[in-house]
Write a protein that binds this ligand. Structure first.
Ligand code: ATP
Ligand code: MG
Length: 380
């Protein structure tokens, strides 16, 4: 039984949300055995069979946005409470003396008993059958019963989901993915709000090379477990580098960021993508100032989403560990431009100065060259 978060799910969005969530669960379980999946009374029921690998299914569901919690259940006809007793006796034995309670939720109101009656009668049965002690305040074990469409679903543990919105309900983002710690976390947060995320990475090599870019591919693969499919656009940045040697070194970082978003914008427009994503964070490094962000944003008309803007570094690291990207992010990698970027890049870029520098460079051709060298990798 799969429950989705209901807050913020209003009116017409709801059927769309549910349809997408079911579709995504289906995709995530593409290579796993199960009977069928359907929506019933505000929940999703995933029916398993003897061949289903429950552990694998649990691992997959833990990575799907839009799920509040889920529970592996046993079911029986809900026509009488005796049937539930039998099911508990056979499937959920409780050690003598354990503090226990029963928690019943009745979506199907047509049955001849109330939730309270099930709690009381099944609770009394736990005492009689297993010598359990009833404790409503601090139970060690809870037997949950959900009554849905004439069936009782019984379980003794709830597994927490990721919440968020199902991948694909909030439009498409082209995310600037570096090899660092932050940008993968930023991508994940965008996915959490239902965005379908494609990646764009600028690399230091002449052309795409799977071995040299393994770190980026590995990051994207981990992230795609949460969003189910993604494209990575690999673009070399040497065309920019060749021009930027002519520019004052203090400005190269901002120039490079502007260059990246200009290339990104063209790719986004071409592929029907509505926004760019970035791992920028306010004041984390001295160049990430509001002034610089404004100058970077002014290089494009497409919105740039910065989900990590206000995060603390330790929060980001913690999330990276939870997501599974941290260990990959700390692997050594030939990163962008460290070669030619100044030690102390400007912290207060001025748009007029930046634009006058750009006019002296041949960035149009550099952008065109980047586009000619794009390599697209699909991940599922
Ligand atoms: P990260 O850990 O994501 O690299 P950071 O704190 O190191 O972030 P910067 O290196 O200043 O910050 O980069 C800021 C943002 O610019 C990154 O989060 C990423 O979105 C984008 N970016 C940086 N380098 C690249 C690159 N080579 N390719 C694509 N995007 C990049
Ligand atoms: Mg970085």
């Amino acid at each position: 039984m799969i429950h989705y978060g209901e807050l913020g799910l209003k009116g017409l969005n709801r059927p769309f949300f549910e349809k997408k969530l079911i579709e995504n669960i289906g995709k995530a379980l593409k290579n796993v055995e199960y009977q069928k999946i359907r929506k019933v009374q505000g929940r999703i029921i995933l029916e398993l069979n003897e061949k289903s690998n429950v552990e694998k299914i649990e691992e997959s569901l833990k990575k799907i946005f839009g799920i509040a919690w889920f529970a592996p259940c046993k079911t029986t006809e809900a026509s009488s409470i005796d049937k539930m007793k039998e099911l508990v006796r056979n499937n959920f034995p409780i050690a003598a003396g354990t503090k226990a309670r029963v928690s019943t939720n009745r979506a199907d109101k047509t049955l001849p008993y109330t939730s309270m009656e099930v709690n009381r009668e099944l609770g009394a049965y736990l005492v009689k059958q297993f010598k359990a002690k009833i404790s409503l305040g601090e139970p060690e074990t809870t037997i949950f019963v959900e009554i849905v469409e004439g069936k009782a679903y019984v379980f003794d543990r709830k597994i927490k989901g990721l919440y968020g919105l199902p991948s694909g309900v909030s439009g498409k983002v082209l995310h600037l993915l570096s090899g660092g710690i932050d940008s993968p976390v930023a991508a994940w947060l965008l996915m959490k709000r239902g965005c379908e995320v494609d990646f764009l990475h600028f690399h230091a090599f002449e052309r795409f090379n799977e071995a040299k870019l393994a770190k980026i591919l590995d990051l994207a693969k981990v992230l795609t477990q949460y969003s189910l499919k993604a494209r990575i656009f690999f673009v070399p940045f040497y065309p920019f580098e060749a021009e930027a040697v002519e520019a004052p070194s203090r400005y190269r970082l901002v120039l490079f960021r502007r260059f990246m978003v200009k290339v990104a914008e063209e790719i986004a427009r071409k592929h029907g993508i509505n926004a760019l994503g970035s791992g920028e964070n306010l004041a984390q490094v001295s160049s990430q100032t509001l002034e610089n962000m404004e100058v970077i944003s002014k290089a494009t008309t497409i919105p740039i989403l910065r989900p990590l803007l206000t995060y603390e570094k330790n929060e980001i690291v913690q999330l990276a560990k939870q997501i599974g990207t941290f260990k990959i992010s700390v692997r050594p990698y030939k990163d962008c431009c460290s070669i030619f970027i100044a030690k102390h890049p400007t912290t207060k870029a001025n748009l007029e100065i930046v634009e006058s520098i750009e006019r002296k460079l041949n960035l149009k051709d550099a952008i065109r060259e980047c586009h000619e060298e794009i390599e697209i990798i699909n991940i599922e």
